[in-house]
Design a protein around this ligand. Structure first.
Ligand code: UTP
Length: 298
């Protein structure tokens, strides 16, 4: 198990996973969407791997009563491991042992799904006094290749404050996203954030930079979360707390991600992620490519 690397501005990586996952019903009636496999690996394990590579020392997973299976994925299973060992199934044994060995995991409960901001606020109680920032990784967003959080940490070191992640979208599609209003810095991939607009019409969009689910947040965000009012649906929005900080002069920057981003939170995005990962998989890639070519030709 790795431990927090001292060059990282955060020790705790927060993974909010207490949402209802309604876009994925009926599957999410009993299976948390974070456990749906991308090829054979639950999405949450890929997120844990990314946080570990970014230098986090522990993962704080926000769960609800309905989502206990998410934590179970990070527990050792002596019976299953013993059976695989007895049968000489070393590759499978290694796969099963991987998640529990990656990173320390703590369960933080959100009693009611009162929004992403409310979910993140629950983490404050488990932070050490010395933790001045946290990372937040939304498990719906698969951002490849890994490395964006390290770039974001670098930006916090240079500019202070909080750092978010953006990806470029086709200007015609901006209305599906939270869109940043930004000003340039001397680095083309780093912008200073002036504000955010939720799902703007194409003609009103301040940029084509959409928000992706990665954050390096200064601890000041917890104070801001206490000072905002619930928005639509009675939910406490994380973006409202960040907006409040921007208004008070707190530096907020975005790093523009140049790789791929998949949205695992809806069936359409999830299928693309599975196909993308499977095409690169040594066991399934060639067969899938052949089948897809044939299927598309017919
Ligand atoms: P979303 O609203 O996109 O996801 O929340 P959801 O609620 O799980 O799914 P849908 O919209 O019903 O299909 C973004 C992230 O915030 C977490 C979710 O688990 C997701 O990772 N979240 C949201 C919480 O942890 N608690 C909440 O109260 C709301």
């Amino acid at each position: 198990m790795t431990s927090h690397t001292s060059d990282s501005p955060f020790r705790t990586a927060v993974v909010p996973a207490a949402g209802l996952g309604t876009r994925f019903l009926p599957a999410t009636k009993t299976v948390p969407k974070e456990l749906l496999p991308v090829v054979d690996t639950p999405g949450i394990e890929l997120i844990a791997e990314e946080a570990t590579e970014a230098g986090a020392g522990r993962l704080a997973i926000i769960t609800s009563e309905r989502k206990v299976g998410v934590m179970a994925h990070f527990s050792e299973d002596a019976v299953l491991e013993g059976t695989l060992e007895d049968r000489g199934k070393d590759v499978l044994l290694h796969k099963v042992q991987r998640a529990p060995g990656l990173i320390e995991v703590v369960d933080v409960r959100q009693e009611e799904p009162l929004g992403l901001g409310h979910a993140v606020a629950q983490v404050e109680d488990v932070l050490g006094a010395e933790e001045e920032a946290v990372a937040v990784l939304l498990p719906d967003d698969l951002i490849m290749p890994f490395g964006i959080l390290r770039q974001m940490s670098e930006v916090r070191r240079e500019h202070g404050g909080s750092v978010l992640c953006a990806f470029e979208v086709d200007p015609d599609n901006v209305s599906s996203y939270g869109v940043f209003e930004v000003e340039d810095t001397s680095d083309a991939t780093v912008k200073r954030v002036r504000g955010m607009v939720e799902k703007p019409a194409a003609e009103d969009a301040p940029s084509n930079l959409a928000a992706a689910g990665r954050y390096v947040l200064d601890r000041a965000v917890f104070d801001a979360l206490r000072r905002i009012e619930p928005g639509a649906g009675g939910e406490l929005q994380l973006t409202d707390a960040i907006d409040l900080l921007i208004g008070e002069g707190h530096p907020v920057h975005v790093v523009v991600h140049e790789g791929t981003r998949h949205d695992l939170g809806n069936p359409g995005g999830y299928i693309k992620a599975c196909v993308d990962f499977a095409l690169d998989n040594a066991a399934y890639g060639d067969d899938l490519r052949g089948w897809l070519t044939e299927r598309l030709g017919s």
